[in-house]
Design a protein around this ligand. Structure first.
Ligand code: GUN
Length: 288
């Protein structure tokens, strides 16, 4: 059996088209353009690519964007002052600080400085708490994108065994909360889990978010399962060295799974799509 592939590019394009229409409607009816402010500190190449793609995503959907870049040695107080300025600016609907921040930053304090009403990443403690209580304001973008993919494919979540590998604040934990909110039986695995394969083989829905090149292999997957690969790694060696790959070994996994996301072209494009969705929702909310 070969799994059906979930095309993140196609789903993203469809959602972004709809967002562009909503942006136009908002402009025409209320004179408001959705606006996202992105703060980048330092020169991390991966972060630079992510920020560039976020700004480009805004432009293409007809959103306004503000990009503020600081050198790695900037004083945290300068960044906090910028956040305060953006918090107070009614034309800004979303604020995002690209992570990771340099070591001399208290990342948590920076995330807490963003107004919860503009925290389109959904990382502020108030928004994390709201998600936990089942009443989310902003859902973190990557897990939100995964839920959209499951919805678009009609994957049954209620009663399903869902296994999330990875416990990060950005993906693993909110992912588990969202699956739980839709009545899956959720297991969270991590680096200290004993016998990972025992858990993954029970999963009807398996979400891999660990950041380890092709660590989930076909023999760890239940036949017919839905496999979502959040990993964004590079082959360390071999003929594909340097090329993108996920946390799932796609070649062996696709022979066992029922549905699977590729890397690239799976979850990746959905993350920015959901960031735009959160920014749009924030802009619409200010007008209610
Ligand atoms: N770094 C890696 N993923 C993310 C994300 O979703 N948001 C932010 N702000 N930084 C990140």
């Amino acid at each position: 059996m070969t799994a059906r592939i979930i095309d993140g590019n196609a789903l993203s394009a469809k959602i972004r088209e709809h967002l562009a229409e909503r942006a136009t409607a908002l402009k025409v009816s209320r004179g408001v353009t959705p606006c996202l402010a992105v703060i980048l500190v330092g020169e991390d190449p991966a972060s630079q690519v992510y920020v560039r793609n976020k700004v480009a995503g805004c432009e293409k959907a007809g959103f306004r964007s503000i990009k503020q870049v600081y050198p790695a040695n900037v004083e945290p107080v300068t960044v906090l002052a910028k956040i305060a300025e953006l918090n107070a600016d009614p034309s800004v609907h979303g604020i995002l600080v690209q992570l990771p921040l340099p070591k001399h930053f208290d990342s948590e304090a920076v995330l807490e400085a963003i107004s919860p009403e503009k925290d389109v990443d959904g990382f502020h403690a108030e928004n994390v708490g709201a998600l936990m209580q089942g009443n989310p304001r902003f859902i973190p973008c990557t897990p939100y994108g995964v839920m959209k993919m499951l919805e678009s494919e009609g994957v049954k979540i209620a009663g399903a065994e869902a296994v999330v590998v990875g416990r990060s604040n950005i993906v693993g934990k909110p992912m588990a909360m969202l699956l739980l909110a839709q009545s899956a039986t959720v297991t969270i695995c991590h680096s200290r889990s004993k016998d990972l394969a025992f858990h993954t083989r029970r999963a009807d829905i398996l979400v891999a978010a660990v950041g380890k090149e092709r660590m989930i292999t076909g023999d760890m997957i239940k036949p017919g399962a839905t496999v979502i690969d959040v990993g964004m790694n590079r082959y360390a060696s071999g003929p594909n060295a340097g090329k993108l790959c996920g946390d799932v070994d796609f070649e062996t996994a696709k022979e066992v799974a029922g549905l699977i996301t590729p890397v690239p072209g799976g979850v990746g494009p959905m993350t920015i799509t959901m960031l735009l969705t959160n920014t749009m929702e924030s802009a619409e909310r200010t007008l209610k």
